[in-house]
Design a protein around this ligand. Structure first.
Ligand code: ZN
Length: 428
């Protein structure tokens, strides 16, 4: 099969039967003598070629993205960006190499052109009984609305958000239909258990949310009022005891990581194992989530409040931020949101987590939160505002204490502790 470079049309030959798609591919052995964008005098063309070389998407989306880069490379940057749809702008930002991303984002902020990821569509299959199909379609509407609200509020969500969240619920309803069930009222623990058993899978959060919605018809993302909270979850969902390691074990694990990992990889691990952020949250941190406070210290906002960091951690954060965009201190959050702190640092998130966390990511994060609770950062609201940990997760971890310490805590003690972990108050 003959393959040509998508940028310069050079005829390519690859190693042992591979058919590389561009001059940039690491499998390309021989190319006919064309001037590829990779070696072009225009830096924009070079960046486009580098970006295409690093694409980790396939199929139609990849072809669309390559077309966008060709338009960027061949035209005037501002003009092309102006012609792009808000969705195309979002795609080009996501897949550009860092140098090109800086140029694009700064042009976009001057054009004040909107950037918005386009949702990946998912249809409700026809082999599902009508009552469950309409339940699924209501749930999909709810997810879509949530996606739009989150994006409007400046949060980042993958365009696959609704698609991914619907896969398990759809599969569960297909299973139930095949088993002869027609209405949700007939569904209980037995059906859920045999579904999970047949699929050889565990109960995912996506499915949990759908079940909650099906049972209550209420928005599963909305927090129930504190007083009415039940401890054990809903009728269908039982909450297992969370697994953790002791704070001492956690500390020595973190120390070992510090001695073996490069500082930027250690920083990622620190956010999960010490600060108790999820891997996703850590990976999604952008330069808009960091700031320099009045005392000149770099602070971070993983959830709702700014948090001060230990000096050496702070140093690495500043180093990474400078690497992503040296002008970050003077840029608006609307610009900074397009620069992820860990972009280009962690090559493959799955590879990193399995190498560093050895499949124990959840345990490590829970242990970090548990350790904070044990140290006295116990008040739920503070933990939620500081690291964004959910109330159900906190409630589960609280069950590990033999006494419900949450209720016994002296309010003055909480205030003192809050002052200790909150960046703003730290310095005053
Ligand atoms: Zn080429």
């Amino acid at each position: 099969m003959e393959r040509r470079c998508e940028l310069c049309n050079a005829l390519l030959k690859g190693t042992k039967g591979n058919h590389p798609s561009s001059c940039i591919s690491k499998y390309t052995l021989v190319r006919t003598e064309y001037m590829c964008w990779l070696n072009h005098a225009s830096v924009i063309k070079q960046y486009c070629a580098q970006s295409i070389g690093g694409l980790n998407i396939r199929g139609e989306r990849k072809q669309q993205v390559i077309k966008l880069f060709k338009r960027i490379g061949e035209g005037d940057l501002e003009q092309v960006l102006n012609q792009f749809s808000s969705h195309e702008r979002s795609e080009i930002i996501e897949f550009s190499v860092i140098e090109l991303r800086r140029k694009i984002v700064s042009s976009l902020s001057q054009l004040s052109a909107p950037v918005r990821p386009k949702l990946v569509e998912i249809d409700i299959p026809t082999d599902i009984t009508p009552e469950m199909a309409s339940l699924l379609s209501e749930f999909k509407t709810l997810l879509t609305r949530r996606f739009e609200i989150l994006i409007d509020k400046g949060h980042s969500r993958s365009p696959n958000y609704v698609y991914r969240s619907m896969i398990k619920p759809i599969s569960f309803c297909q299973f139930l239909t095949q088993e002869g069930f027609v209405a949700w009222g007939q569904i209980g623990k037995t059906q859920l258990a045999s579904y999970l058993d047949q699929k050889g899978t565990r109960l995912s959060n996506c499915l949990k949310r759908f079940i909650k919605y099906a049972e209550t018809r209420k928005n599963p993302f909305k927090k129930a009022p504190q007083t009415k909270r039940k401890r054990g979850g809903s009728a269908l969902i039982e909450t297992p005891r969370p697994q953790i390691v002791s704070p001492n074990e956690l500390t020595s694990f973190i120390k070992a990581l510090k001695n073996t990992l490069p500082q930027e990889e250690y920083l990622f691990a620190w956010f999960v194992c010490k600060l108790g952020l999820t891997v996703k949250k850590t990976n999604d941190l952008t330069l808009a989530d960091i700031n320099i406070n009045e005392s000149g210290r770099c602070v971070i906002k993983p959830a709702e409040v700014w948090v001060a960091l230990p000096k050496e951690i702070e140093k690495t954060v500043v180093l990474l931020a400078d690497m992503q965009n040296p002008l970050w201190r003077n840029l608006e959050p609307s610009v900074l949101i397009h620069f992820k702190l860990f972009a280009g640092v962690i090559e493959s998130l799955n590879g990193y987590t399995s190498r560093v966390f050895q499949g124990k990511t959840k345990i490590l994060r829970s242990s970090a939160i548990y350790a904070m609770m044990e140290m006295g950062h116990l008040d739920r609201v503070t933990l939620k505002k500081t690291i964004g940990v959910s109330m159900p997760t906190l409630a589960k971890l609280e069950r590990l204490f033999s006494v419900d310490v949450h209720r016994k805590l002296d309010p003055e003690f909480i205030k003192l502790r809050n002052a200790h972990i909150l960046g703003e108050k730290d310095e005053s």
